[in-house]
Design a protein around this ligand. Structure first.
Ligand SMILES: Nc1ncnc2c1ncn2[C@@H]1O[C@H](COP(=O)(O)OP(=O)(O)OP(=O)(O)O)[C@@H](O)[C@H]1O
Length: 623
């Protein structure tokens, strides 16, 4: 264990980040965040998204010989992988995605014969995919997408269940053992063969009509039309005949559908336009929800399908598929979403949110974005960044859908709704009072989520922090939602009147909110949590107040009783001191001048000192 500890300390001094929060006075490293021990040895090191940066030197992993799980994903680590990683020969799970590692995929990995999951996606690895991977005979997951790998793929005869090499400069044919994976595993490459288009030397049979279940990915469309003048074989002729029959049947089917749509006034398309008109003007508008009932189909997804059909005809690529992020197992597709019953949750700055119930266990929130004026490529680049954000206090973006007419985002559904609803909804009889423990827990969770976002880079901010964007799990853990959306939508979507009570005084363009602007908004949320009062324009039909100004104005001798939510005072006994300090922190965050506001990391630290968080401090490895 001592050698393990020394290795971890060397790693800490090399790559920093939140490992600086480890209490190094402790002789055992087993209580340090992200470190797991068994039988007095370090067996797992999970440090996802904790701002690690720089190269990992040699001489660290050589000591961590009992390591079975290593997760350093979503950091800013660079350089090549250390060669002595091979000494951690017990490694089963290695997650290094979302860093800046470069160079060739090192041979050392191929000696880790126990590896079951290997994720090197979204780095800058170059060179060819080595046949050395065939040594990893237990490998079930291999993710190499979003790198700069080139050449062809060796035939990997491995027990793989998950495989992805998309978005690399790969070419050649897809080897036999990998043809069982769907086309999504090979997107944005120049690869050919099953499940993509045929390779030039295989083109003895003309390809099927594109409308009939064509799996060709967008990147490889277009180069398919090289016809061979060779004599056609019997199989080829049969292929042509079948192709023609299928094509003809499809044309007839499309004509029938079009005729039916025209004659049937209660068809889906009409329903959708009705739904569009019925969308509520304000979050949770009763009339719209009641009138719209539980829609027989997700309005958003249905519109997406109908709209996309038109778009795909000659207007760039459209996959009609939900694109999932990271290692999320695909448990549903767009058609499942289509079939799901959907209910309007509310209409926000960026579009309308729906709750879609796919089956007894799968419930998601679908956000149908409006005013997205950017090209497919730019949207995808930006949304990939949002999808890569991974923290226990962020609402995870699971998937997205993009076509010319529709942009859908699929999130986990948060069953307890928003902090805004919890604080301001149902103030009458039947309300369960919110005690200090719950409130401060929510505050710390939200602060941690925002701090994580800010730790991604000085230009990364949320831009729309408010209590309706802090959602809650059943155990009242806070998760920040809607991050990254301000950069996706057009300026007409960012209504200047919304959320003014949360906006820092220096912010003139709601699309350009700095980190210090987020800190201001967070400070307002903090004051809202403690006072129970809604800031101006945050709750429709209620006036609200300029919270920071109001709190300052009553800050006199007997101020506490006036500032604190009366509900809190009726419950709290010995926590007033802590509450008062939290008010002070809220006021610091809402200082008029940005330079006088603390960084989010400092806010988190102060809160943790005030209230040692009862939740788990360990960084959870979602994988
Ligand atoms: N993942 C989710 N789970 C549960 N409810 C959600 C989810 N996402 C949004 N909601 C709820 O849906 C409603 C509309 O949300 P949306 O984010 O579209 O607008 P908003 O938060 O009111 O405003 P804004 O768009 O300015 O952030 C809100 O009441 C919100 O709490």
């Amino acid at each position: 264990l001592n050698a393990d500890r020394t290795a971890l300390l060397s790693l800490r001094s090399a790559v920093g980040g939140r490992t600086f929060r480890w209490n190094i006075k402790q002789t055992s490293p087993c209580n340090w965040a992200g470190v797991k021990c068994e039988s007095n040895r370090v067996t797992a090191l999970r440090l996802p998204g904790v701002a690690l940066s720089g190269d990992i030197p040699e001489g660290i992993f050589g000591n961590l010989t009992q390591l079975r799980t290593l997760s350093l994903r979503l950091n800013a680590l660079s350089g090549s992988l250390p060669k002595d990683l091979s000494t951690s020969s017990n490694l089963r799970h290695l997650y290094l995605q979302g860093n800046r590692f470069s160079g060739e995929i090192p041979e050392v990995l191929f000696s880790l014969s126990h590896l079951v999951r290997l994720n090197l996606a979204s780095n800058s690895f170059t060179g060819e995919i080595s046949s050395g991977f065939t040594n990893l005979t237990k490998l079930k997951t291999l993710f190499l997408e979003n790198n700069q790998l080139s050449g062809s793929i060796p035939d990997l005869d491995l027990p793989l269940v998950q495989f992805n090499v998309s978005n690399n400069s790969l070419n050649g044919s897809i080897p036999k053992n990998l043809q069982r994976f769907e086309s999504d595993s090979f997107l944005q490459t120049s690869l050919c063969g099953k499940p993509l288009k045929l390779c030039p030397d295989e083109e003895t049979v003309p390809s099927q009509p594109t409308s009939g279940g064509n799996r060709t990915p967008p990147s490889v469309e277009g180069s398919e039309e090289k016809k061979k003048k060779n004599k056609l074989s019997g199989g080829a002729i049969a292929g042509i005949v079948i192709g023609c029959v299928v094509g003809f049947a499809l044309i007839v089917l499309i004509l029938m559908v079009l005729c039916r749509k025209k004659s049937n006034k209660r068809s889906r398309a009409v329903d959708i336009s009705t739904i569009k008109q019925q969308e509520p003007e304000i979050p949770g508008d009763k009339e719209a929800v009641d009138n719209g009932n539980v829609y027989s189909v997700s309005a958003a997804a249905a519109a997406a399908m109908t709209g996309n059909g038109k778009a795909s005809e000659g207007n760039g690529p459209a996959t009609k598929k939900l694109v999932f992020f990271g290692n999320a197992t695909k448990v549903f597709d767009l058609e499942d979403l289509l079939r799901a019953s959907a209910e309007v949750l509310g209409k926000g700055t960026f579009g309308t949110a729906y709750k879609a119930v796919l089956d007894a266990v799968t419930v998601v929130a679908v956000k149908r974005l409006k005013d997205v004026m950017m090209a497919d490529k730019e949207f995808k680049e930006k949304i990939e960044l949002v999808g890569a954000m991974d923290h226990e206090n962020l609402v995870p973006l699971r998937a997205y859908y993009f076509s010319r007419d529709e942009k859908l985002l699929v999130y986990d559904f948060m069953p307890m709704g928003s902090l805004s609803a919890l604080l301001h909804g149902n103030r009458g009889a039947g309300r369960s009072p919110l005690n200090w423990d719950v409130r401060s827990r929510i505050a710390i969770g939200a602060a941690r989520g925002l701090d994580y976002l800010h730790s991604q880079g000085t230009s990364t901010s949320h831009g729309n922090i408010k209590s309706s964007n802090i959602l809650l799990t059943k155990s009242h853990d806070a998760k920040v939602s809607d991050f990254g959306l301000a950069q996706l939508v057009g300026s007409s979507a960012t209504n200047p009147n919304r959320a003014t009570g949360y906006r820092a005084p220096e912010v003139t363009d709601p699309k350009r909110v700095s980190q210090k602007g987020d800190v201001y908004s967070f400070g307002v949320v903090l004051l809202e949590l403690i006072t129970g009062k809604a800031p101006s324009n945050s709750v429709m039909n209620e006036e609200g107040v300029d919270l920071p100004r109001w709190v300052k104005s009553v800050a006199r001798d007997e101020w506490r009783r006036e500032v604190f939510d009366s509900e809190l005072l009726s419950l709290a006994t010995d926590e007033e001191e802590m509450m008062a300090e939290m008010v002070q922190l809220g006021l610091e965050c809402t200082s008029q001048h940005p330079d006088q506001r603390p960084e989010m990391s400092e806010v988190v630290r102060k809160m943790e000192n005030l209230r040692p968080y009862s939740g788990s401090d360990q960084v959870n490895e979602a994988d």
